[in-house]
Design a protein around this ligand. Sequence first.
Ligand code: KIV
Ligand code: ZN
Length: 387
Amino acid sequence: MSKKIYIFDTTLRDGEQVPGCKLVTSEKLIIAEQLDIMGVDVIEAGFPISSPGDFKSVQEISKLVKNATVCGLSRSVEKDIKAAAESLTYAKYPRIHTGIGTSDSHIKSKFNSTREKILERAVAAVKYAKSFVEDVEFYAEDAGRTDNEYLARIVEAAIKAGATVVNIPDTTGYCLPHEYGAKIQYLIENVKGIHKVRISAHCHNDLGLATANSVAAVEHGATQVECTLNGIGERAGNTSLEEVVMILQHRKKGVFHTDIKTQMLKGMSNLVATKMGVLVQANKAIVGDNAFAHSSGIHQDGVIKSRETYEIINPKDVGVDFSSIVLTARSGRSAIAYRAKNLGRSLSKVELDAIYPHFLAVADSKKEVDNKDLLRIIEEVLIAQAA
Ligand code: KIV
Ligand code: ZN
């Protein structure tokens, strides 16, 4: 039986903390509602202590969301945890996400503390959060650079204190996939009680490895992935939701599955890009404008004969209506015939041969030949031929 992987969306928290991505409550509500409909399991709605606006957003999202768990972030600080608990009062399924930096760099530079004191703070935070809600997720910030033995101790202590989910963030995007996978495996083999809880992967993309690391974590036993739409997030971003979901659906079918309605991915990507004002790069996997666009003649000819020659995903599966054949100076006759046919002009071989040099002349003078250009070229050439 295929194993369910829980999708924890943090677009509205880790994604929204990016400069320029700030949203007002009404915008967050629109995104949260759609995330819920799309089938994410957990919506991290914000960091309630950080501002009255964030508190209100988490509270309103809690009232609105019907299916997903709603989660509020906190540090291992009582006032943070209390604010998170209060903001989640109306949630059907509330979760407090609390934790602390566990790498030596965080312990020394950020907290001027010791491993023992940090462990005590982590345990106290989980116990305090547990006094408000049943579902408590513990994060070991900078787990990617945390010594595995200490990480195992603090994770075990958090589980003993009541954590239901343990999050192992690669906060700085430092790990390579085999290292991150091995870290998850180490915890599975060395932490008492780990089988009772969910292990969560939370990866950042500083080396472009967030998705690869998340998939490695799943292959080694993590059952929750924390991610954002379009991969937005601190610095180089977080794991991209659409990439992880499609990798699991496409390359790990029968082994893992998620509950995401993948046909909503493109629309959700557009919604987040528009609301946050952060454009998606054209060559972004799954949701970029060029993800299903073919421009070289050889590729176009292949896709026209059979889509699978150059596409591993059916664009319809992610909410893109069609594979687009972009007409440029590198397009061949088959692409022109295909586009012309879609425009209601079936061309014979002789007509196509006559049109082709004119098409190339126009294509050389512009980036892309659009439908209007093509129809004009066809008309001009065919009228000249008839005269
Ligand atoms: O990257 C990180 O470590 C985080 C935690 C606060 C969960 O976002
Ligand atoms: Zn993060």
